[in-house]
Design a protein around this ligand. Structure first.
Ligand code: PBG
Length: 334
């Protein structure tokens, strides 16, 4: 019997889902180890692994062990790692001077990593919160977060990191004008090839909680970060921020958090075509891990699905605490 129009579906999308071979052939996006940036936490001491309760599987490591972890990253083919310091409480002050101490924890770790694993890209955090007595990313006077004074501090911090051998500076502070100031300072001091990955569209988010535990800034934080981080209700503003940061000299831009902001990733990528990264932040990691540990979701599948979602949304890469596990799975053939 010859079927007539209307008796069968006009298109059978299921044909290309029939087998693994056809699914692979029709797949639009792919995940690669080249898309990963692995954030890690460094602390003082020797041979110390200090677990972070709200981030199962993630620990603050002393410099010797951070170097080992950087070696693991290199072995896995992960192109870049990102360092966040847990600063000794005694070294947290109102002026945040420890932030630009050439031999602070972060800079010591950069030097040690670059000596042991020179070809891995080391990204830093440029913000004052791990050094600030009140947990803010900027200098505070009379309860006000000071923009321009903070930029001067961030420039000093950036130069110390560049001097220590950082490949990528990651300003996560959201002060206005810091990219231009950092870029000028890098150019004038001979650090022309140091890249800036701007936390351009960074939202005032509830998903940063576990990170603030990890760097010891959460319990210190006075008030909130809404006067400098973005309102989660805004989209157009993200595009204007990205444009501004690219114009000021950023090489790469970031959207943060990741999963709840995939619409922003897509708009940023479409509008500028710049190297675009998402930060799958600590709270996103904690949610997946907690649900997985309860047996409520398959953690590994959820992790990989989230990675693919970032690629689909136009991201060139993802900062994620899952980086080593994702890399391992990709090495074993996905
Ligand atoms: C602060 C900073 C934060 C993160 C990276 N840098 C937290 C904040 O803005 O309060 C969050 C990362 C994460 O949650 O994984 N400079």
């Amino acid at each position: 019997m010859t079927p007539t129009i209307g008796q069968y579906p006009a298109a059978r999308f299921r044909r290309l889902r029939k087998s693994d071979a056809l699914r692979r052939l029709a797949q639009e996006n792919a995940l690669s180890v080249n898309d990963l940036i692995w954030p890690m936490f460094v602390r003082d001491g020797v041979n110390i692994t200090d677990p972070i309760a709200s981030m199962p599987g993630v620990s603050r490591l002393s410099v010797d062990l951070i170097v080992k972890q950087a070696e693991t990253a290199a072995t896995l083919g992960i192109p870049a790692i990102c360092l966040f310091p847990y600063t000794d409480p005694d070294k947290r002050t109102e002026d945040c001077a420890e932030a630009w101490n050439p031999s602070n924890l972060a800079n010591t770790a950069i030097r040690a990593i670059k000596a042991a694993v020179p070809h891995i890209a080391v990204m830093t955090d440029v913000a004052l919160d791990p050094y600030n007595i009140n947990g803010h990313d900027g200098l505070v006077r009379n309860g006000i977060i000071l923009n321009d004074e903070t930029i001067e501090a961030l420039v000093k911090m950036s130069l110390a990191q560049a001097e220590a051998g950082a490949d990528i500076l990651g300003p996560s502070d959201m002060m206005d004008g810091r990219i231009g100031a950092m870029r000028a300072a890098l150019e004038m001091s001979g650090h022309r090839d140091v890249a800036i990955l701007s936390y351009a569209a960074k939202y005032a988010s509830a998903f940063y909680g576990p990170f603030r535990d990890a760097v010891g800034a959460g319990s210190r934080l006075v008030g909130d970060k809404k006067t400098y981080q973005m309102n989660p209700a805004n989209t157009d503003e993200a595009l204007r921020l990205v444009q501004r940061d690219l114009t000021e000299g950023a090489d790469m831009v970031m959207v943060k958090p990741g999963m709840p902001y995939l619409d922003i990733c897509r708009r940023v990528k479409d509008a500028f075509g710049a190297p675009t990264y998402a930060y799958q932040v600590s709270g996103e990691y904690a949610m997946i891990m907690a649900a997985a540990q309860n047996g409520w979701i398959d953690g590994e599948k959820a992790m990989l699905e989230s990675m693919m979602a970032f690629r689909r949304a136009g991201c060139d890469g993802v900062l994620t605490y899952f980086a080593p596990r994702v890399a391992q799975i990709l090495h074993n053939g996905g």
